[in-house]
Write a protein that binds this ligand. Structure first.
Ligand code: ZN
Length: 245
């Protein structure tokens, strides 16, 4: 049976927290391809829709999606949407290919100038290439991560991003299979927000047959979405209280 949504850590009278979920890839960008042909772009879209339908309608945080169909969306537009919506939390959801086929399980990433490890670096490089690959002009959007992280104005969102990552992952222990060292960081372009705490979640790796099977089956994918949704709702509420909103 699916776990039920938990009560949310929102104080009485506070406005609902707002979470922007970002299904990775889409349209002409299929993302990673699984060993049996599953397309990455389809997996996070279904997970994000499931979370929105379960959590957004149960009194939890308001859930907005950067895309709600099979459309291509440049990386910058995704984070710009979260900033325009004044979101409390931005979560980009993926199911990429890992550099090695034995890597499996969920992992969470925040922005850093230097990658925490080779796997995170490889994922960020692959993700950051998609705009160039699929014909987006980046000449006006190439902000340096170092500058972003040095800017005092960005300290809150950077700190809150790491807090959100830790809270998300720690609450998933024992509920979802996790990658070894599930909390990592790298220079993901989609996480370069000045204002909105941002985390990228790899729900699993399509390069791993076991993960692909889990993510391809509707039932197990919905179960992952339900668990993730509950966790996201809790973390969003806690962030909102901490930020004094
Ligand atoms: Zn991806």
């Amino acid at each position: 049976p699916l776990p039920r949504p938990r009560p949310f850590h929102l104080r009485q009278g506070l406005p609902r927290a707002k979470v922007v979920l970002d299904p990775g890839h889409g349209g002409r960008d299929p993302g990673a391809l699984g060993v049996t042909g599953v397309r990455e772009k389809d997996v996070p879209l279904d997970i994000c829709r499931t979370i929105r339908d379960r959590i957004g309608r149960s009194g939890g945080p308001e859930i907005l999606l950067t895309r709600d169909g099979d459309v291509f969306l440049p990386l910058n537009d995704r984070i710009a949407f979260a900033e325009e919506m004044d979101a409390d939390l931005f979560i980009s959801i993926h199911a990429d290919a890992a550099p090695t086929p034995d890597a499996r399980g969920l992992s969470a990433y925040t922005l850093s100038e230097r990658a925490s490890d080779g796997l995170a670096d490889a994922l960020a490089s692959a993700e950051n290439r998609v705009d160039r690959l699929y014909g987006v002009d980046l000449s006006h959007t190439d902000a340096a991560v170092a500058m972003i992280l040095q800017d005092l104005a960005h300290r809150y969102s950077h700190h809150a991003s790491r807090t959100a990552k830790q809270k998300l992952v720690s609450g998933l222990v024992g509920q979802i299979d996790l990658l070894y060292n599930p909390m990592r960081s790298a220079s993901f372009a989609v996480l370069k927000s000045a204002q909105v705490p941002a985390v990228l979640l790899e729900t699993g790796f399509l390069s791993n047959p076991q993960d692909e099977r889990l993510l391809a089956q509707t039932e197990s994918r919905r179960r992952i979405a339900a668990i993730l949704g509950n966790r996201i709702a809790t973390v969003a509420g806690e962030l909102r209280i901490q930020s004094g909103a």
